[in-house]
Design a protein around this ligand. Structure first.
Ligand code: ZN
Length: 242
């Protein structure tokens, strides 16, 4: 059989003859198929590769940062707010923040997201170097509309974990592979992580980032937020004092 006739119509070949029981069952060597598969793998890796798409200055009420937009060919993106000379800092403060429209933008008191973001920006500005990675993982990864559905269930008495599960989702659907790739791209392989979430520490370690210290990220919150924090502590294992 010729190399072009390996059976994959995408290669312009034709189906191979059916094997008879007397033929060996080892795969037929096919350079064209192997080259095609290697090409697919290369394209997949290129799509997965994260790159800087844009970078600009961003003055904020907490000081001036650089804002960097990162994206890959799979339509995944995140934003990094960078402060100071990160390559000179031994293990800069880093916050991986999951987008929360209701908290970050509308100042919701259902959660502590905005307060944690503000605390992080202040701490990084004070330290003179650090990074906030802002990732679109709304509602612990279930998306904005499903988060609002979960809120509706919480209004009827379910807690945040029960509500996600009643909607058919795990309690926390986030993953931090993209954040790990972003940190590596930015040259941040040793960090002090601003977080109360031990899963986040473990996930970054798995992504090849050394977390030399977990720095608690627990801002003062209003009474209405505390029941949510108690659930995060009891059911999600977050390291909180409530
Ligand atoms: Zn929130």
């Amino acid at each position: 059989m010729s190399a072009a006739g390996c059976g994959d119509p995408r290669l312009g070949g034709h189906r191979p003859p059916l094997q008879t029981p007397t033929q060996p069952s080892t795969p037929v060597a096919c350079p064209a198929r192997d080259a095609y598969n290697e090409g697919v793998k290369k394209k997949s890796r290129a799509r997965a590769a994260l790159r800087k798409a844009a970078e600009a200055r961003l003055p904020t009420r907490y000081g001036t940062f650089r804002i960097v937009g990162l994206e890959n060919g799979r339509r995944q993106w995140l934003v990094a707010l960078l402060k100071g000379n990160l390559r000179r800092a031994a293990a800069p403060l880093v916050r991986i923040h999951s987008q929360c429209l209701t908290g970050d933008v509308f100042c919701s008191e259902r959660c502590d997201c905005r307060a944690q973001l503000e605390l992080s920006l202040k701490a990084i500005a004070r330290a003179g170097a650090g990074a906030v990675l802002y990732e679109p993982q709304e509602g612990r990864g279930i998306g904005l509309i499903n988060k609002l559905r979960a809120y509706a269930l919480q209004d009827r008495g379910w807690d945040t974990v029960e509500a996600n599960r009643r909607l058919g989702f795990p309690a926390d659907r986030r993953n931090y592979a993209l954040a790990g790739a972003a940190l590596r791209l930015l040259g941040l392989t040793r960090v002090r992580l601003l977080s109360n979430n031990p899963d986040k520490v473990a996930a970054l370690e798995r992504a090849g980032i050394e977390v030399v210290e977990r720095v608690p990220c627990q801002p003062a919150t209003r009474r209405g937020t505390r029941s949510y924090l108690r659930v995060k502590k009891a059911k999600l294992g977050h390291l909180l004092e409530v």
